[in-house]
Ligand binder design. Structure first.
Ligand code: B1M
Length: 218
C-alpha cells in the first residue's frame, strides 16, 4: 500500500507498529500540517463513519484516537513556528472541552495551531465546568475563551455556559470561540450570538480558529 494510504489506514485500524517510521517518511514528502489535515483526519473521518453506522465498536474507536494522538504528538515538533524572533505573545486563550465531553483531539489541534502562531494557550483539558474555565481565564488574564465539544449534548452545555457568562456579567470581558463537530455555523451565529451579550464566534476548524483569534486581537 502507498505510504499515505497506509498512514490513513493505520488511524482506522488503530495500528501503532511502524507508525513512527511511516510518519518520518511522510515528513520527507509533505509538511506536518498537510499530513495531519489530508491524511490523518481522513482516517478519523472514516472511524467516525464506521462507528456511526455500527461497524466499529467503541474500544476500537479509542484505539484509533490513541494512534491519532501519538501521530500528532510525533509531528508537532516539526510544525513551523510562526512567532518571530523573541517570542512576543499575540494574545492568550483559555481552551477547554466542555463539561461531560471527553473528545479532545480537535481541541488539541486548535492548541497546536494557535501555539505555533504566537498565542499563549492555557489548555484545561476535558470535561471542564464553566466555573473552572472562567476562574482560569481570570487567573491567566485571558483575552478569549475557547470551548470545544463534539456531543450534541455539548451544544446545550455551551449555550448554558454563555448564559452563565451573561449572568456573571463577564460577557464583554471574554470573546468566545466555539468549535466541534456537533456545532453548526447557523446555531452559533444566529441562536447563540442572539443570546450572548459579548462576541461569540464559530470555528469550523483549527485554522478558522486562528483567523478568528487574529481578528479578535486586531
Ligand atoms: Co465519540 N462520538 N463518543 N469518541 N467520537 C462522536 C463525536 C460521534 C459523532 C460518533 C458517531 O456517532 N458517529 C458521537 C456523538 C453523537 C452525538 O452526540 N449525537 C460520539 C459518541 C456517541 C460517543 C460516546 C457517547 C460513545 C459511548 O460512550 N457510547 C462517548 C462519549 C463520551 C463523553 O464524551 N462523555 C464517546 C467516546 C469517544 C472516544 C473516547 C472513544 C473517542 C475520543 C477520544 C479523544 O478525543 N481523546 C471518540 C472519538 C474519536 C469520536 C469520533 C469518531 C472522532 C472525533 C475526532 O477526534 N475527530 C467522533 C465522530 C465524528 O466526529 N464524526 C465521535 C477528529 C477531530 C480533529 O475533529 O474534534 O471535530 P473535531 O475537531 C475539528 C473541528 O470540529 C474543529 O477543529 C478540528 C479540526 O481542525 N474544532 C474546533 C474542534 N474544537 C474546536 C474548538 C475551537 C475551534 C475549532 O475553538 C475553541
Amino acid at each position: 500500500m502507498p505510504l499515505f494510504a497506509r498512514l490513513e489506514q493505520r488511524i482506522v485500524d488503530g495500528e501503532r507498529n511502524g507508525l513512527v517510521d511511516d510518519l518520518d517518511a511522510a515528513l520527507r514528502e509533505k509538511p506536518p500540517l498537510e499530513i495531519i489535515n489530508e491524511t490523518l483526519l481522513a482516517g478519523m473521518k472514516t472511524v467516525g463513519e464506521l462507528f456511526g453506522s455500527g461497524q466499529m465498536q467503541l474500544p476500537f474507536v479509542l484505539q484509533s484516537a490513541e494512534v491519532m494522538k501519538a501521530a500528532v504528538a510525533h509531528l508537532e515538533p516539526h510544525i513551523e513556528q510562526h512567532s518571530e524572533g523573541v517570542r512576543q505573545t499575540k494574545g492568550r486563550i483559555v481552551l477547554a472541552t466542555v463539561k461531560g465531553d471527553v473528545h479532545d483531539i480537535g481541541k488539541n489541534l486548535v492548541d497546536i495551531i494557535l501555539s505555533n502562531n504566537g498565542y499563549d494557550v492555557v489548555n484545561l483539558g476535558i470535561k471542564q465546568p464553566i466555573t473552572t474555565i472562567l476562574e482560569s481565564a481570570d487567573e491567566h488574564g485571558a483575552d478569549a475563551v475557547g470551548m470545544s465539544g463534539l456531543l450534541v449534548k455539548s451544544t446545550v452545555i455551551m449555550k448554558e455556559n454563555l448564559e452563565e457568562m451573561n449572568s456573571r456579567g463577564v460577557a464583554d470581558r471574554w470573546p468566545v470561540l466555539l468549535g466541534g463537530a456537533a456545532l453548526t455555523r447557523g446555531y452559533v451565529e444566529n441562536d447563540l450570538a442572539a443570546l450572548y451579550q459579548g462576541q461569540v464566534h464559530y470555528a469550523r476548524d483549527a485554522f478558522e480558529g486562528l483567523r478568528l483569534m487574529d481578528r479578535i486581537m486586531a
